[in-house]
Write a protein that binds this ligand. Sequence first.
Ligand SMILES: [Zn+2]
Length: 122
Amino acid sequence: MKFETLWRPDTCGCEIIYEWDDSEPESSRTHRLKRVVSTCDNHKGVSPDTLFDMVLEENRRKNLALSLAQSLVHTIKLENYSWRFDSNRVLIVEFSGLTASEMKDLQSSCNINLGAGKVIVR
Ligand SMILES: [Zn+2]
C-alpha cells in the first residue's frame, strides 16, 4: 500500500511530500517525490526532483556526520552535536568533548565518506 508523508527536514525550510510503499522492505524502501509544498531560500530556482535530491543529500550528510563521529568516539551522543549549513551549503559541525586529534580524524573521515569540502569540523 502506498503512503504519503509530509516532510519538514530539520536541515532547511523546504516542505516536501514524498510517497513510499509499505510492501517494500524498510531497508531498501525508496522515497519518491510527490510534490514540493514550499521551497526555502536556499533551494529556490531548482527543479522539484533536483530539490528533493539536494534536501535528501543534505539531511543524510548531517546524520552521517554524527554516525562517523560516533564510530570514532563511542561516547559521542546527539547532545554533543551541533551543526549548521553555511551559505554554500557546506555543513559546519561541532562536537563537544573531542580532542584536537579526534577532530582531525573526523575531518579525514568526513572527507573520505561524504566528499572533500562537504563538511568542516570545528
Ligand atoms: Zn530547502
